[in-house]
Design a protein around this ligand. Sequence first.
Ligand code: GLU
Length: 450
Amino acid sequence: MSHTSSLGINAFMADLMAKNPAEPEFHQAVHEVVESLNTFLDENPKYKHARVLERIVEPERIIMFRVPWVNDKGDMCVNRGFRIEMNSAIGPYKGGLRFHPTVNLGILKFLAFEQVFKNSLTTLPMGGGKGGSDFDPKGKSDNEVMRFCQSFMTELYRHIGPNTDVPAGDIGVGGREIGFLFGQYKRIRNEFTGVLTGKGLNYGGSVIRPEATGYGNVYFAREMLKTRGETFEGKTVLVSGAGNVAQFTVQKVNELGGKVVTLSDSSGYIYDKDGIDDEKLKFVMYLKNIKRGRISEYADKYKVKYVENERPWGEKADIALPSATQNEINEVEAITLVSNGCMCVSEGANMPSTPEAIQVFLDKRILFGPGKAANAGGVAVSGLEMTQNSMRIGWSREEVDNRLQNIMRSIHETCVQYGTKDNEFINYVDGANIGGFVKVADAMLSQGAV
Ligand code: GLU
């Protein structure tokens, strides 16, 4: 039986869901890819004969472990740690660590699966992985976070290495956490290596790494806009989230002459009709990175609208750059965005649009950049950090930024190559899925039964 006729897709998904129960995000991520690959696999039977699809959805290895730690009150706490080593066909496993109470096996498998395609698109030699814990850094002291990170690394160190698996940050894991994790790895192994990326500049980090995901997404959106003779100049932009990705997205949009009017966190969103300029952005960075407070404090300080428990997609804008988390734009919100005149949605987060929302964007033929292409700038600069660590040198900002811009242009070209339809419409979802798949699949074919 063909596994990729429409009957085949259903049978394939039924198998996958039976084998991986209670992992809806993983099912969602796989389903999208399988749909994109349908015709391509029919036209290229070698992948089907070699069961590449069946293999690529099966993680090479999953590590799950206990993370015991003691809080400031002296109480024993226990969390669950994970590392999904998804695919190493084109390089060492590479992908971030997420610390968030919603983390579970299914969430990390969806992220690791996306990462395989994303890393392939960057043109750099990186396989795909993801990890993390259900630990909630919110409200924890620096010392508690340190003790947790040390305990986490006390197990993880035996599974990773600069040529094996190179974790980095994701939600809840930034410079502070990477520092604690790196310090513990170095003590246990007695080795100073590029085993993590997103390191501080004084111990092997790369310039532009903190900026890379946000800048990269804006560079990708700029390429998409160019296909319709448009630019960021004078455009109103909705950004969700208020963390690392959102912050540097605002900075780059400002630089290109656009105006960002929203930011959000899990409690609500702020709307600033005058735009979040560089001065106000400095406050957001202080608020979120140092004070670790809530975005509602922005509304108090600048006397702007704050909407509790809502997402910003009801506001009118030309461009939306979702930069918070998965499934943060649903079908109704997608319809609202498009009917308010939004012409471009580019995903800074991983899988922020639901499948129904994506269908709205594709049906309405707006520019839609899926995360695995649009937010690949972060992991791309992680790849450049690995290169610099191997060479034991550090490149200038200009060098890294130029490389990042070239990589985002190249990802855009790959999407155009594999995603342009007969009617000239560029389906970036298909483009990213097929373009990301080919390199990994060919490497797997070359390596035999891997
Ligand atoms: N967590 C980021 C992502 O989703 C970056 C991963 C990395 O730098 O390895 O791609």
